[in-house]
Design a protein around this ligand. Sequence first.
Ligand code: ATP
Ligand code: MG
Length: 493
Amino acid sequence: MVRVRGVTKSFGGAAALKGVDLDLYPGEIHALMGMNGAGKSTLVQVLCGVHQPDGGTIEVDGHRHTGLNVRRARGLGVSSVPQRRELAMGLTVAENIMLGDLPTRRFGAVDWKAVRARAGAALSGLGIDIDVQRVAGSLTVAEQTMVEVAREVRRGGRVLILDEPTACLSARDAGQVRALVRRLRDEGVAVVYISHYIDEVMSVADRVTVLRDGGLVRSAPAAETDPAALVRDMVGRDVVSRRPERPAPRDEPGLAVRGLSHGHAVRDFTVEVRKGEIVAVLGPAGDAQSRLFDLLSGRVRPDAGEVLVDGRPVPPGRVGAALAGGLRCVTGDRRSLGLVQSMTVDENLMLAGDRFARRRLHRSADLARRAAPVRDAYGVVALSGNPPVGSLSGGNQQKVLLGKWLETEPVACFLEDPTNGVDVAAMADIHTLVDDLAARGVAVLLASSSAEEVMRLADRVVVVSAGRTVGEHDITAITRDELVATALGGQPQ
Ligand SMILES: Nc1ncnc2c1ncn2[C@@H]1O[C@H](COP(=O)(O)OP(=O)(O)OP(=O)(O)O)[C@@H](O)[C@H]1O
Ligand SMILES: [Mg+2]
């Protein structure tokens, strides 16, 4: 259906794609894998007309196309759900699906009944159960993804590109998205699926293509590869990530949260994390753990409860006070809360530290020198020197975010999905960084949507349900499957 040959693409003289081939067939899920910055998003953006390739050819249904733009690509049936979801959050599901194609009655008035009916049909045709009258902003990320998919299919999408559709989703939500993807395949859609989760790719993909440094490493049926080979193809070496021996936590509380309450979402949430301990908060998606960032960082003032860092109470609802108290909160929402997109990588890296040092003067040569070790430690890779952080690949932005906060000598920290969108090698590196943090005596509270990550990092798991702490388990006393069941809302027996 689609044949890509020798596609090249450079940004400001640096090559992001170096002659890549790709063949897409109807009724096949084609996984695209590779490390952060390998060129996956760039390749699919060339396919759907966002970027013009510098060289190479693209054929759709046997016809060669040059000068593709988003509109023309969509006309050919090639469309994508990008790494960043793009629904109009203030509009309803129905409006989002029908946007650009609103049915009208005579005299040009929009026929809202038809809008709802057709949008409803687009969803139910794919077996998606979401009320079309809901406002997009109230949907979970998984639901937003499904609505975007339904919209593209309705517009005639036959080649559908999903860029990290399950990053940050809970096990259940990710399962729903995968079920939808399989259904599309069975209906004859050619699906391109980008993901950093190897197990997921092995379970869903029919064919796997691996990119490294903008070049093609291998393209083969999924049945002919295995997880270890995939990692070697992507990274060029084996990656091992095992729980290390960490020093036992000290008997001093680094972070204590007592009776934290906010609206209906967080009610009497209590947890204590000792210095050198990693405690994971687990609960159904959308439960208390997703609000903790706002409450702990001081962005939002809780209705009740207190937070103590190193035994000292932190005044609530003030970001500056939380920081001064030694608490660092790393958001799971790096795009809107974590990074200043228009500032350079080095500026972002040094921003937090300089604020503590009350450094006012920024000389750029000096900045680069001071940022260099942090870049190194976190493995931040950019095509050219020191670009705006917004032009980095997704996983590299995540590393900048972590480097920015964790290099500032925290007493306690709250990490929300710390490996959101990072590749296997970087994931192992970040896990080691978090181990080191704990080994240095920092109290770490972790909210992660990945059961593997919790098993790998946490010493203890605190279970929340309906905003309340309802249970607690030592990590050695719980299996991965029990953990997943717990996250889905049940309590392990
Ligand atoms: N608009 C741009 N300007 C400059 N450089 C860019 C731009 N878009 C991408 N790049 C660079 O091109 C390279 C490939 O980026 P791309 O986003 O395709 O990686 P990726 O494989 O999708 O990575 P990730 O897994 O982190 O999402 C990266 O080094 C990135 O910094
Ligand atoms: Mg990407």
